[in-house]
Structures are given as C-alpha cells and as structure tokens.
Design a protein around this ligand. Structure first.
Ligand code: UDP
Ligand code: MG
Length: 317
C-alpha cells in the first residue's frame, strides 16, 4: 500500500459523501495503491451509518468506529494504528482542507522529506476566536520548540509511515508531531495549502482549547529538553543549595562545640536550615520527575482509545 489518508470524524454526517467523492477524484490518475482510514470518533449523528454505506460501496474506504468520543488526537492515533500505507496523510473531515492538495504534498515528500506540513496561508476561520489565538500560539510554539512552522494547527500533513509510528499521542498533542519528530532527526517542509470555510456541520472547538494546548506545549518542551533526565535539572540545583546549607550548619556547629561561640543572634543559622530543606525538596522533585518520565514512557504502550468496529480492515485493538 502506497498511501493511507487518515481522517478523524466527529458529527460530520453532512460532509461524508462529498469528502469521499473529492478524495476519490483527487487520487484518480496518480496510479497509487491507496486507502482512506475514516475514524468515527464516537459521533452522535449518522456519521457511522454513512461511513458504513461508503465502505460497502468502496473497498478503499476503511472505517474505524471508536467506542466513544476520545478527541481528535486519539482518533488520529487510531487512524495511524490502522493505516497500512508507506505514506500517511492526515486531514480534517469537514472539507476545510482540500483533498486536491494531496498530490502536491506527496510530490514534496518525494523530494526527500519525512514530513510535509500544510500551511493555511489564507485561513478561512473567524479572526477573534480562531485566527488570533492560533497566531499567538504558533509564535509561542515555534519559539519554544525551535521548529519553525507558520501553522502548527493545520491537520493537512503528509508523513512517512515511520514518523507517525514512532510517536505516541495524547491530549491535543497532534499539532506537536513536527516538534517531537524533529527531535529525532526528521526532515520537515512546510507548504502553503488551500483552506476553505466550513459549509456543513459545525466546528468542535473554540477558544476553550487554548489552555489545553499550552499545557501540552509545556509537556512537549519538558520532554524534549529534560525528557530523560529531570533529576539532572532539579537534582544538581538541590545538591548545590543543600550542600551550601550543610556547610553553613557545620560551620556553626564547630563554632559552638569547639570555640563556645553562642548561637544567639545569627540569621545565617536560619538560612542554613532553609537551604538544607530546599535542597532536600528539590532532589525529591527531581526523583518524582524521574518517576513521572518513566511512567510516561510506560503508558505509551497503552492505547488512548478503544475500538467498537472496523469495516474493510482488521481491528488493531
Ligand atoms: N474531530 C474529532 N473528534 C473531536 C473533535 C473533532 O474527530 O472530538 C474532528 C472533526 O470531525 C474534524 C476535525 O477533527 O474532522 C477538526 O475539527 P473541527 O473542524 O471542528 O476543528 P476546526 O477546523 O474548527 O479547528
Ligand atoms: Mg474544521
């Protein structure tokens, strides 16, 4: 299989038929062996029924039905786990991304990149609630992760299969795939893509997603920089303050014991105690961080979603 197109869908009943037709039209004449992996993220409308119809008519349409709504990122992971293609393309199911852009992304990938990211240069969304927060977030993410893209939030992206397989996603993490991937040496290219206004169904997000994204950004940054060794970050600091406190305390003890210098009126004594306490606490935080990182890597093996039913393919969970 050359290509898998992965699409998470949540209450998109009015878009499914058009979506599948547009994709089929875009793939025509490329001579590729391709599939679409539609992931129904626990929709409450007729999304799954319509996907069943599409799957019945077209063997290229694989459908993964999740047990409940797990969120776009988990739905994308489900799609990655069920994709068979050497190349994986992700896009939204609301037709805001244009399937006609896919051949162009594939051509870029073939120039020697591992990840080609779409950039909604002319984004068709509300300014105040969507474009402005995302502009601020993009600036922040690119500064913090040092992976410079204009548009992290654009779902339309093409990946070599190894890239998506090497990454476990949770939270709102899908937008950070380029940052995580670049840390392991993936070659990234960003290209402008078409963006259209939503004509059917409604957006699932608003400004409320921002804090969640920022929290994930912090996690990503932490894992990228200190990921394997938080103890080095906190521990050294703790050793330094704790050590200074201990030496001060030792100094006062010797003075008191051997030279009978009274301890009254010595503010340095308080400092010594404080420094020792802070040192112990920082070292403990480092240890906890160390445990936390281990737990993080452990849980990567566990799925962030559960599958109810798979059509035109085998369930991987
Ligand atoms: N989506 C999903 N699960 C969710 C929310 C959204 O699978 O819990 C899908 C949705 O159906 C769409 C894509 O994720 O295909 C992007 O969602 P939306 O268009 O609402 O986001 P926006 O374009 O407004 O950022
Ligand atoms: Mg959309």
């Amino acid at each position: 299989m050359d290509l898998s197109i992965v699409i998470p869908l949540y209450n998109e009943e009015d878009n499914i038929k058009n979506l599948h037709n547009e994709i089929t039209a875009a793939m025509e004449g490329l001579g590729l062996d391709w599939e679409v992996v539609y992931v129904d993220d626990g929709s409450a409308d007729k999304t799954f029924d319509l996907l069943r119809e599409v799957a019945k008519e077209d063997i290229k349409a694989k459908v993964v039905g999740l047990r409940r709504n797990f969120g776009q990122t988990a739905a994308m992971s489900a799609g990655f786990d069920h994709a068979l293609g050497k190349v994986v393309v992700t896009m939204d199911g609301d037709l805001q991304n244009d399937p006609a852009d896919i051949p162009m992304l594939l051509a870029e990938l073939n120039k020697g990149y591992d990840l080609v990211a779409g950039w909604r240069a002319d984004r068709q969304d509300a300014y105040l609630s969507r474009k402005l927060p995302s502009r601020l977030a993009n600036g922040l993410i690119s500064r913090i992760t040092k992976v410079e893209l204009h548009d992290y939030g654009c779902t339309l992206k093409a990946f070599r299969r190894e890239v998506v397989q090497s990454i476990r996603l949770y939270g709102e993490m899908h937008r950070f795939i380029p940052a995580i991937a670049s840390a392991v040496g993936v070659r990234i290219k960003e290209v402008p893509v078409n963006h259209r206004a939503r004509t059917a169904g409604s957006s699932k997000y608003g400004i409320s997603r921002t804090p969640r994204v920022l929290l994930d950004l912090f996690t990503v940054k932490f894992l990228l920089s200190y990921g394997t060794k938080p103890i080095q970050l906190f521990g050294l600091w703790g050793l330094a303050t704790g050590g200074a406190g201990f030496l001060l305390a030792l100094y006062y003890t010797i003075q008191r014991l051997f030279f009978a210098v009274p301890l009254w009126g010595k503010p340095g004594l308080i400092l010594a105690v404080l420094l020792m306490l802070v040192g112990v606490q920082l070292i403990s935080i480092g240890l906890l961080g160390e445990l936390q990182v281990r737990t993080y890597y452990e849980t990567q093996a566990k799925a962030t979603y559960t599958v109810r039913e798979v059509l035109n393919g085998e369930s991987k969970r």
